[in-house]
Write a protein that binds this ligand. Structure first.
Ligand code: S3P
Length: 425
């Protein structure tokens, strides 16, 4: 099976194409709720684009080609859209208001507002949350040397994008290896971006961006399949006796493959083949065979390498033999829902043995779950992981408000059903 394009890479390709000089062609772009929010933003900023199936063409007008929008930009439920846009608009010197759904308005924005203000950006939030208001401030922006308090690709990307318009090189240090799609894509477009291991702690990383002296090259890329969508199908296959599934052309960027390491540490039989590189991103086929899983321990830098995969992972753990412990995962509380409390609550509701901790959870696996009806709390990944849990439940699982799945993986139910799952919408 092949999967829709990676959400993180799609977001970046759409937005960065708008900053390039000329026409970009992006194949296998993810068409879903959150990427539609980014496309709406391009329209609001006066950037022409055209979507033909999953081929997106964008007419980029260069780093200074964005128009100030006449109304607030609606970023929907997409934190990537609002945080990356804040960086781009800060760099472009565009006046704008960035807003979104009630869920998005609850997400923390101080983490981008404070360092952008340090760069001289005239930006305000409301109690550290959206709406964000950008006014025209001093130009050019000040170069920044900054240590991120938590590993976050959205914060890092926001600041790197603003740094395109800074007076000198910007250096960011992160406590762990967050996804590096921005760095890879900007390099493809001709921007000098360096990186290396930090000195203070084993997992620390630094990245330095030099403001470009020439226009950004347009993109001609095919986006690999989304590892974070693959996660649900991989866990479904692992938990269904007799399954043998190959997911072809999935992104295998090492900052995104933590789930594969976690599942292997539980005894999963996973093989990678056809490895290749596509526009600076590694990709390949993942073949997985169902089998017995045992409990494991997750913590440290593995957490950031599988930050979006904990809902799927927890379902695997709930059906494994023995105890699984997750720690160092406080960031999960700041996702589309509080993914520690809500995940534990909803897994308990279908019969799993889960205990919430301050920065993670402890799960005792069972052979089968009871099942029931669950509330995904408008969190697409909770909805999909609990649907997958239904495959190993006595009574089946009904996910209310399942339309939230369209935010990241509209073909989820269809793909799962093509693999043989009994799922209806
Ligand atoms: C993303 C980064 C992660 C991730 C999100 C997408 C990105 O968020 O959870 O789904 O595309 O940069 P944080 O950077 O807030 O950890």
């Amino acid at each position: 099976m092949t999967l829709p394009g990676d959400k993180s890479i799609s977001h970046r390709a759409i937005l960065f194409a708008a900053l390039a000089d000329g026409e970009s062609v992006i194949d296998n772009v993810l068409v879903s709720g959150v990427t539609e929010a980014m496309l709406r933003a391009l329209t609001a900023l006066g950037v022409p684009w055209q979507l033909d199936g999953t081929r997106l063409t964008v007419q980029g007008g260069g780093l200074h080609g964005l128009q100030s929008p006449s109304a607030p930009i609606d970023c929907g439920n997409s934190a990537t859209t609002i945080r990356l846009l804040a960086g781009v608009l800060a760099g472009a010197g565009v006046t704008a208001v960035l807003d979104g759904s009630p869920g998005l308005r609850r997400r923390p924005m101080r983490r981008v507002v404070a360092p952008l203000q340090q760069m001289g950006v005239a930006l305000t939030a409301v109690d550290g949350c959206a709406p964000l208001t950008l006014a025209v401030g001093k130009r050019p922006l000040q170069a920044l040397t900054y240590t991120l308090p938590v590993a976050s690709a959205q914060v890092k990307s926001c600041l790197l994008l603003a740094a395109l318009a800074a007076a000198g090189p910007t250096t960011l240090t992160e406590p762990g290896p967050s996804r590096d799609h921005t760095e890879r894509m900007l390099r493809q477009m001709g921007v000098q971006v360096e990186e290396g291991a930090g000195q203070e702690a084993a997992q620390e990383r630094w990245v330095r961006l030099y403001p470009p002296e020439t226009a950004l090259r347009p993109l001609q890329i095919t986006i690999p399949g989304d590892m974070s969508s693959a996660a649900f199908l991989l866990v479904a296959a692992l938990l269904t006796p007799g399954s043998l599934v190959t997911l072809a052309g999935v992104g295998l960027n090492p900052t995104r493959t933590g789930l594969l390491d976690a599942l292997r540490s539980m005894g999963a039989d996973i093989a990678i083949s056809n490895e290749q590189e596509m526009a600076g991103e590694p990709m390949g086929d993942i073949t997985l065979r169902a089998g017995e899983l045992h409990g494991t321990e997750i913590g440290g830098d593995l957490v950031v390498r599988m930050i979006d995969e904990f809902p799927a992972f927890a379902v695997a753990a709930a059906l494994a033999e023995g105890q699984t412990t997750v720690r160092d995962a406080l960031e999960l509380r700041h996702k589309e829902s509080d993914r520690i409390t809500m995940l534990c609550q909803e897994l308990q509701a279908v019969g799993a043995d889960v205990t919430e901790t301050a920065d993670g959870f402890v799960i005792y696996g069972k052979p089968l779950l009871t099942g029931g009806t669950i509330n995904p709390h408008r969190d697409h990944r909770l909805a999909m992981s609990l649907a997958v849990a239904g495959l190993r439940s006595v009574n089946g699982i009904t996910v209310q408000g399942a339309e939230i799945i369209n935010e990241s993986f509209p073909s989820f139910a269809q793909n799962l059903s093509e693999l043989g799952a009994a799922i209806s919408v």
